[in-house]
Each structure stands twice: as C-alpha cells, then as structure tokens.
Design a protein around this ligand. Structure first.
Ligand code: SF4
Length: 192
C-alpha cells in the first residue's frame, strides 16, 4: 500500500484541453521533478493520504455529481502513481492525468494530457493530447510535433503582469490548423 502526498482536492470546471468545460474533481498531488521558472504551483504543502483516504475524499466530492470526470494534476502526479495500485476504479466516469511527460503513466489512466516543457521530449509513449504553452521561440519545436498521433493544443502564455500572448497564439493556430487553441476557461469564468 502506497502513501500519496496531496496538495488539494476540489470540485470545479476543467478549464483546459479537450475536456474544457467538463465538471471535474481535481486531485492535485504535491511535488514535481522539474523546476520551471514560470511555475505557479505551490509544491511545498501536502497531506499524506492512504489510498482509502484519497478515494474517500474524491467519492465525497463525486456524490451527486455522477457524470463528473476526475483529473489528476500537480505538481507531477505521475511521480506518485503506480501500475500495481490503480486508483478510483469502479466509481469514476473518466480518469484524466495532466503530466509533464517525463514519467511513465500507469495503464489504468483513461486520458493522458502531456504538457511538454520544450527542452524535454515527452517519454509517455501515446499521449491523447499535447498542450504547449505558447512561446514563439519554440515554434520549430511545435512544428516538429505536427505528425504526432494526438490532439495538439496551443495555450497562450499568461504572464505574471496579467497580459498574455493570446493574439500571437491565435495567429499561429490560424496559420497551422493541425493545432487547436486552448484558453484557460476556468480563469475566464472565475473558478479554480
Ligand atoms: S512541470 Fe509543471 S508543475 Fe512541474 S515545475 Fe514545471 S510547471 Fe511546475
């Protein structure tokens, strides 16, 4: 039996990627193997939970919300998941993970969203979608991924001063229709 270090668990609307708009229970795991300079995730806080405690907390939030999906995020959630201890079996409609792609993802996950950190190629063999935070200097890298057999999302970069490069991201997607624009819907509608 493993222990899981969890930062927070909450019910909200998925704001990004293919399931944007879907009600979801989010499990944010603590800790990450990377240290991206723009990271706005607090990795320092977490509570250690057993599988039963974690599943009970998620079940409580799913009660009455049967169609909701579950999103495992972080930090880097794949650091704490194990092939031999599947989570949320039998009561989840759909189990998604948001990962930086550097860690193996267990086979019991239904949907894998990889957000590559540009300098690293994802090692996850078959992601369902890739999500790139748009930085024009990395356009050659995005274009090199055009043949990937998955959904390709471009997400505007939200700067700390409140501005973003939305217009450049829109122009890129219009010029390269293999990519889709993914905006952070949760921020637009004012939810977590
Ligand atoms: S991979 Fe994600 S969670 Fe980890 S440091 Fe980078 S932005 Fe933060």
């Amino acid at each position: 039996m493993y222990s899981y270090r969890v930062n927070e668990i909450f019910y909200s609307i998925q704001g990004e990627g293919e399931f944007a708009g879907a009600p979801a229970v989010f499990v944010r795991f603590s800790g990450c193997n990377l240290a991206c300079p723009w990271c706005d995730t607090d990795h320092s806080h977490g509570v250690d939970m057993t599988r039963d405690e974690l599943e009970d907390a998620v079940k409580k939030l799913l009660a009455g919300h049967d169609g909701a999906i579950i999103v495992l995020t972080g930090g880097e959630p794949a650091l704490q998941l194990h092939d031999d201890e599947p989570l949320f079996q039998g009561f989840a409609r759909f189990l998604c993970i948001e990962t930086n792609g550097t860690q193996p993802v267990p086979g019991w996950i239904d949907w894998i969203t990889v957000s590559p950190k540009n300098e690293l190629s994802p090692i996850v063999p078959r992601p369902n979608e890739l999500k790139f935070v748009f930085e024009p200097e990395h356009i050659p890298y995005y274009l090199s991924m055009q043949e990937a057999d998955c959904i390709l999302n471009i997400q505007p970069l939200a700067r700390k001063d409140g501005t973003s490069n939305l217009r450049e991201a829109v122009d890129f997607v219009l010029a390269h229709p293999r990519f889709k624009l993914s905006v952070q819907l949760h921020k637009m509608i004012g939810v977590r």
